[in-house]
Design a protein around this ligand. Sequence first.
Ligand SMILES: Cc1ncc(COP(=O)(O)O)c(C=O)c1O
Length: 460
Amino acid sequence: MGQTEGELFFSDVRVREAKRLLAEAVAEHSNHLHGVRPADEGRVESYEAVLQAFAAARGAPLFYKYVGSGIGNGALVELADGSVKYDLISGIGVHGWGHSHPDIIAAGIDAALSDVVMQGNLQQNAVALDVMQLFLQLAQKKGAQLAHCFLTTSGAMANENALKIACQKTGGSRVLAFSHCFAGRTLALAQVTDKALYRSGLPDTLAVDYVPFYDATDPEGSTQRSCDVVQTLIERWPKAHASMIFELIQGEGGYYPGERKYFRKLMSIVRDAGILVHVDEIQTFGRTDHAFAFQHFECDDLVDMVTVGKYSQTCATLYKKELQPRPGLLSQTFTASSSALHAARVLLKEMCDGDLFGSEGRITTGAQFFSDGLLAISQRHPELVSGPFGYGAMCACTPYGGDLDRAVDLSRRLFDAGILSFVAGSYPKRIRFLPPVAVMSKDAMTDALAIIEAVLVEGA
Ligand SMILES: Cc1ncc(COP(=O)(O)O)c(C=O)c1O
């Protein structure tokens, strides 16, 4: 068997040397970024013009004055005004390995050298198969029966595909979801997402019945209430629900984790009624002591469909063999860009074989160090902040009693001081962090936490 032209090309000595030189240049420039720094005075005016052009083009200003320069170093990112900031929100959970990570850059170069920018349902390269198999390998690790993987371009599309599979398979036309959940922003998912503002003016495209979420201050009572509500809804709408969407650690809703027994009970009730269990892991994937939060909560035997995105770079719907939809239901021009697939392959391989997970894994130890730091701040200033809340690398605190305006103001002041965070929840309003804990040193976290504390105190 001879080598393909592709194999010959990627192992061509000139290609290998060019990649080595590029990696060397990226590392050299990336290493020049070693702490927060203010904007370059000389760039203030031109940067402002870029921000205004952004606002004009998109019809509204950016939430933060953030335009990246294209280089970073782990949690540090340089903006086009020359400032350097700690990115503790990671594009709302996307840049799990921070900025300019050498392995992701190398994957990106391979992707750039491949023949196509975008891959789709009709024509895919071998990298797409690797990604699907790695997703499935991770998902099946503790016994979940997830046999198939359909790649897609956004978390919302992954959820849409799961909804379509569930409706077609069960014949149901309603879904169950938790109060305060977030599921995406398509017409159907705007109905699932429990926020009136996000569906304002939109048609009612999907019937959704809400179930109150777990309350850590009342484990038994809240479990009973949720189970009772589900039972009542099932009785009110017999055979009408296609699936129940489980967000195991509520993200946009304010960083509230659920609990193992609670989920197992609810999942068992809905499954007994023929309703599919759909776990939305778009924000939780890669942020607990296991690849999937359903593995952390030990629900492997109860999941029917799982959706992933963000951290994995490539989004996907994983589902059981018996849920295979009829031809024509799922298809897309784009399933992912080549760069997203190449990056996903590197990340997922490390999730399979590396030291990210378990109680001593880089995710758990890094997340613990960060949340311990937030706890120490809240203990020093209980009148200013409470927390931390969340679980694993999803970490939040409630500043100034949860006041909306003050939380938004704090996030903006943090930005100015060199920390990227974001708000979550409605009341109390929280400041949330999705730090790239796997690649962020303890020194960098200590440095970032000191800035957070100073900014909190300054706004007292
Ligand atoms: C739990 C959850 N589901 C779905 C989505 C939607 O993902 P995307 O923004 O990629 O469409 C998000 C995004 O924040 C999410 O957190």
